[in-house]
Design a protein around this ligand. Structure first.
Ligand SMILES: [Cu+2]
Length: 236
């Protein structure tokens, strides 16, 4: 009888673990409030290859909204509540340079994870990363070098990378010691999955509209947390 009781307890425990790892999630939409500023064209004509590699004339990228004012490229991540040690994934994160634009424009990556920066432009790029905690680097990527691989070893709040050849090029990278982050898509939605039930603090970061935090309780179903951003009062 004791053995049977133990078995039942084990099954209960295992199913509890199953629920835990089936994973709760946090989803939501980032919305812009107010009159959206118009994005001016990017002046890419300093390099004719950059012009030729863009089918549509590119615009400034700091605010990309869909028809419902969903904000693209907001990095949403957990800042408190995770009590698990994560290892970086084997799979590299990839940033492409196409038409002398970084794609994606905002990236989350784990500390120690490989970042592959691709050059499909057939022109010289120069990747200049401006972290404060990690090591700054400045690497030329001639057109013959299709892939340049780097790693950031320490977690760090989003910082800029730029190109010293094409001054309009810019992207942002946030480095985390966990994989619980998400960048909002074209419609402004994000999802952070595989979360244990618990209390979390999450942050939504936008390159010009600032940061917001929220307390979110995750159970075994999807928790919901939206964010609304307004235009900054002073020009940046
Ligand atoms: Cu460049």
């Amino acid at each position: 009888m004791v053995v049977r009781k133990l078995l039942v307890q084990m099954i209960v425990l295992l199913s509890a673990v199953g629920i835990i790892y089936a994973g709760g999630s946090i989803t939501g939409t980032i919305t812009f409030e107010g009159k959206a500023p118009k994005m001016k064209p990017l002046k890419v004509d300093a390099d004719p290859i950059c012009v030729a590699n863009n089918e549509i004339a590119p615009k400034k990228e700091w605010l990309i909204l869909d028809e419902n004012k969903g904000v693209k490229n907001v990095l949403v991540f957990i800042t408190e509540g995770l009590n698990i040690d994560y290892s970086p994934p084997e799979e590299p994160m990839v940033i492409d340079q196409k038409g002398c634009i970084y794609s994606p424009h905002v990236v989350g990556i784990m500390a120690g994870q490989q970042l592959d920066i691709l050059n499909n432009d057939g022109t010289l790029h120069n990747i200049h990363a401006l972290p404060k905690v990690n090591k700054e680097f400045n690497k030329a990527q001639p057109r013959s070098k299709k892939k340049l691989s780097v790693k950031f070893e320490k977690p760090e709040a989003p910082f800029k990378i730029k190109c010293d050849v094409h001054p309009w090029m810019g992207a942002y990278i946030g480095v985390f010691d966990h994989p619980c982050f998400s960048v909002s898509g074209d419609d402004g939605t994000y999802i952070i999955s595989d979360l244990k039930p618990g209390e979390y603090v999450i942050e939504a970061w936008h390159e010009k509209l600032g940061s917001q935090t929220a307390n979110v309780t995750v159970s075994d179903s999807a928790a919901h947390q939206d964010f609304t951003f307004k235009k900054p009062s002073k020009k940046k």
